[in-house]
Design a protein around this ligand. Structure first.
Ligand code: SF4
Ligand code: SF4
Ligand code: FES
Length: 222
């Protein structure tokens, strides 16, 4: 059955999208870039990182911010992907992300693209940015049902039931594949002009302390 066509405006351009499409995907179809972190094609949208925020109005002057990866298009919607309000919100999100996980490359990349020059918050050293991609990959694509969030707020983390690898985990490493935190952070050079020499295949570093995911041994599943 053919779906209804929705007419909306994104960054002052009139566009068409099928009913049920998200703003993110509708914009992408027209080459309009919206940054994402926790969205991945093939996995259900989660709306956790909020970096894909856009400003939405219906012409009534009451605009609001919402995540474009979860919000569906509506007839007559007016969307701004780069308004001053959106840019301010994204910069704040990027700053908090870098403060929480400064060695995660995705966080640094997003911050650089936002033009962030400094971070005003105390730095932490998390390798997990709580994007939830690993959990959705495990449930939705690998049928592992082995991962989930535990804790709340700043104490939130990804773990396995009772911190033990369950039998349902088939060691497929799909979780590791999608995790933006598993890239080995650059340790920096010791002497100016020297190469740090750590840009070697990730395979060499697959041990417990160096990645978000552990070595998948029984003692350190994550
Ligand atoms: S390795 Fe285990 S935890 Fe990771 S996606 Fe596969 S089944 Fe899930
Ligand atoms: S472990 Fe990796 S994929 Fe999972 S929530 Fe953390 S950063 Fe995201
Ligand atoms: S990509 Fe939309 S909330 Fe993360």
């Amino acid at each position: 059955m053919k779906r209804k066509t929705i007419n909306l405006t994104v960054d002052d351009k009139p566009i068409e999208a099928e009913e049920g499409t998200t703003i993110l995907l509708a914009a992408r179809q027209y080459g309009i870039h919206i940054p994402t972190i926790c969205y991945l094609e093939g996995l259900s949208p989660y709306g956790g990182c909020r970096i894909c925020v856009v400003e939405i109005g219906g012409g009534n002057g009451k605009n609001s911010l919402d995540t474009s990866c979860t919000r569906q298009v509506q007839e007559g919607m007016i969307v701004q992907t780069q308004s001053p309000r959106v840019v301010r919100a994204r910069k704040m999100i990027a700053e908090l992300l870098v403060a929480s996980a400064p060695n995660v490359k995705v966080a640094q990349d997003i911050a650089a693209r936002m033009g962030l020059m400094k971070v005003r918050f105390p730095m932490d050293d998390n390798r997990c940015i709580l994007c939830g991609l690993c959990i959705r990959m495990c449930y939705e694509q690998m049928d592992g049902k082995a991962l989930g969030f535990a804790g709340r707020g700043t104490g939130r983390w990804v773990t396995m039931p009772f911190q033990k690898r369950p039998e349902s985990c088939r060691l497929c490493r799909g979780c590791e594949y999608v995790c933006p935190g598993t890239i080995v952070p650059c340790q920096g050079i010791k002497v100016p002009g020297e190469l740090c020499g750590r840009c070697r295949p990730v395979e060499e570093y697959r041990c417990c302390p160096n990645s978000t995911f552990g070595c998948f041994c029984e003692e350190n599943p994550l």
